[in-house]
Design a protein. Structure first.
Length: 256
């Protein structure tokens, strides 16, 4: 059975102090190994070191929200894979819709980042998702196919073992409008089939596919209870322990 992953993307939020308190609360409530649930937090870059202090030794993993594909050098403002590893990151989010649509990141850049992160030993949370206009035009699956093909170009199955997919419909991010469980399941099933056709059936059964977009304590269980939904990538509700812990608990309950 696939394990659940419940990941918090803090985006450009928290202070050092509020982030430390949040991480400490999560570490204190981290699921036990036998719960079948992994927990990941992705704070802003400047807080990775203090948050690592709070999560190290606990079952809470640490990730960054982005990474650059070059190993080092004159790339002002960018952060390399080895730097993330050096401060305790095991994961990195790549291709988040805000990077695609606010910062203009392309599938080509995303693919370079994915390759660099995997080569450096990080687990990648690769985000894909359609705009509302794409969905209304009936193009959801074509958009997802393009983002998957672009992000995973020239990536072998062995390399893809270090990838978690996050389906995040852009219209559901930060809007309070969640995809219905049926909409989420349909997209996840499509993504799993894409993975099966690109790689193998066996591999498609292993890869984790998370749902993201207005996940809250009151919808987490029904969303994660869909057969092809293996966890959640949570934005707003990951910023408060009393909202994030119930989402972790929903995954715990489903995997019991
Ligand atoms: P919200 O949970 O705030 O909708 O954000 C989702 C998201 O973008 C997580 O990466």
């Amino acid at each position: 059975m696939r394990r659940f992953l419940v990941a918090g993307n803090w985006k450009m939020n928290t202070t050092r102090a509020t982030g430390e308190d949040l991480a400490a609360a999560l570490a204190a409530n981290a699921p036990a190994a036998e719960d079948g649930v992994e927990v990941l937090v992705c704070p802003p870059y400047p807080y990775l070191v203090p948050i690592a202090d709070k999560t190290s030794g606990s079952a809470v993993s640490l990730g960054a929200q982005d990474v650059y594909f070059e190993a080092g050098g004159a790339f002002t403002g960018e952060v390399a894979v080895d730097m993330l590893k050096d401060v305790g990151c095991s994961h990195v989010i790549i291709g988040h819709s805000e990077r695609r649509h606010v910062m203009g990141e392309t599938d080509e850049t995303i693919n370079k980042k994915v390759k660099a992160a995997i080569a450096g030993g990080l687990t990648v949370v690769l985000c894909v998702g359609e705009l509302l206009s794409d969905r209304e035009a009936g193009n959801t699956e074509a958009i997802l196919d393009g983002q998957m093909a672009g992000g995973l170009a020239d990536i072998s199955e062995a390399e893809a073992a270090s990838i978690v997919i996050a389906y995040e419909p852009v219209w559901a991010i930060g809007t309070g409008v969640t995809a219905s469980p049926e909409q989420a399941e349909s997209a996840h099933e499509h993504l799993r089939k894409w993975v099966a056709s690109r790689y193998t059936d066996a591999f498609s059964e292993q890869i984790q596919i998370l749902y993201g977009g207005s996940v809250k304590p009151d919808n987490a269980e029904v969303l994660m209870g869909q057969p092809n939904v293996d966890g959640a990538l949570v934005g707003g509700a990951s910023l408060k322990a009393d909202l994030f812990i119930p989402i972790i608990d929903a995954a715990r309950k489903l995997s019991a």
